[in-house]
Design a protein around this ligand. Structure first.
Ligand SMILES: Cc1ncc(C[n+]2csc(CCOP(=O)(O)OP(=O)(O)O)c2C)c(N)n1
Ligand SMILES: [Mg+2]
Length: 376
């Protein structure tokens, strides 16, 4: 069992875990109230894996996750205000309100997102690590993803290349035993996911993701190994999500008793017990941490609520388009038919409906195009 760290570290670990828990509970509530739109995936139960990992990363290391990453950003130091505002689709959100829950991003703190495609963040992690290697920096990329993602082609391809090119990545599987409603026994031929490292000739280790101190100790070891030896490794943190896959999950695939069994291993409550038994923290500290989390989250909701929505004029800002195409095309792509390069007036009805208010801008874009003679 890992040694209990000093008081300051314990307070930080507890504070961050309490903040994530409260934030997620409130995010779920705000989603029910339709304040937060799109999809919403909560990481309640996975706090020790997240906080244990980020607590031993350097500020200049990179972290990249999936779509269950409010907590990852918070753990990295992103303000709860900005994360909540992103869920609310407000201008003050981490992605200007354009991304929502699945696309939290904080480049300043090297939290590189936030991705909706299962396994899609793995190649990006390899790219980040390749940049570190190319620039001869000793920064490490930590790539966190789910057990389900470990079955994707992206996983195999990225692990292979990362091992071959000796890229500094710690691949960290948050094994919460389910990919949506499919249990790990039903989705993966090998259920000890750390063994998937063997095929790529790298180190793999399974750790208790409910124990923040164990996560700290083992991830710290892997970070050090990767940083100094320049080879990737695979860590499987065994954890559990107490809530459904997303806010719209009736949870018919698991028994209540199973959830309750895991709740007895609650990562926050067990860390509190340990700290109180050890004497490093007292009841007052615990109360203080909970109170601070409550206050921070309450303030975040207020901030998000009072923040403006992005203006209509900003609709086409910061869109990712290749070449000099105008914003119209980006909106156009949201409709089922392929009509890249079409002019607004020729677009089918469905595209026009989707574009809605954007249509007037399309006209502007068209006029600008003919004025400037821009063609695809
Ligand atoms: C490529 C791709 N396939 C399918 C989906 C739909 N989908 C969203 S989440 C999910 C389950 C992924 O489970 P896991 O990787 O274990 O992560 P967890 O949700 O448990 O954190 C699936 C299949 C998707 N988003 N992307
Ligand atoms: Mg999973």
């Amino acid at each position: 069992m890992a040694k209990v760290p000093d008081r300051q570290i314990c307070l930080e670990l507890l504070g961050r875990m309490c903040l994530i828990r409260r934030f997620e509970e409130e995010a779920g509530r705000q989603y029910q109230r339709a304040k937060a739109g799109g999809f919403l995936h909560l990481a309640i139960g996975e706090e020790a894996t997240i906080v244990g990992t980020t607590s031993v990363m350097r500020d200049d290391d990179y972290l990249i996750g999936t779509y269950r990453t409010h907590g990852h950003a918070l753990a990295r130091g992103t303000s709860p205000d900005a994360v909540m505002a992103e869920l609310f689709g407000r201008e003050t959100g981490t992605s200007g309100g354009r991304g929502g829950s699945m696309h939290i991003f904080d480049g300043e703190r090297r939290f590189m997102g936030g991705y909706g495609i299962v396994g899609g963040n793995l190649p990006l992690a390899a790219g980040l690590a390749l940049a570190s290697q190319y620039r001869e920096e000793d920064t490490v990329t930590v790539c966190m993803f789910g057990d389900g993602a470990s079955n994707t082609g992206n996983f195999g391809e990225t692990m292979n290349l990362a091992a071959l090119w000796e890229l500094p990545v710690v691949f960290l599987v948050e094994n919460n035993l389910y990919g949506m409603g499919t249990s790990i026994e039903r989705h993966s031929a090998v259920t000890d996911l750390s063994r998937k490292a063997e095929g790529y000739g790298i180190e793999g280790e399974r750790i208790d993701g409910m124990d923040v101190l164990e996560v700290r100790e083992r991830v710290s070891h892997h970070l050090e190994e990767v940083r100094t030896k320049g080879r990737p490794s695979l860590v499987e943190a065994f954890t559990y999500r107490y809530r459904g896959h997303s806010a719209a999950d009736p949870e018919v695939y698991r028994e209540k008793s199973e959830v309750e069994e895991w709740q007895r291993k609650d990562p926050i409550e067990s860390f509190i017990r340990l700290c109180l038994e050890d004497g490093v923290l007292g009841e007052d500290d615990v109360e203080g941490a909970r109170r601070e989390a409550d206050e921070a989250v309450e303030a975040a909701v207020k901030f998000a609520d009072e923040s403006p929505e992005p203006s209509l004029e900003s609709l086409y800002e910061e869109l990712y388009v290749v070449s000099e195409t105008m914003g119209w095309y980006a909106v156009d792509e949201r409709s089922p038919e392929p009509h890249r390069g079409e002019l607004g007036e020729d677009a089918p009805e469905v595209a026009k409906n989707l574009a809605e208010s954007g249509a007037s801008h399309a006209e502007e874009a068209r006029e600008r195009q003919s004025r400037e003679g821009v063609r695809e």
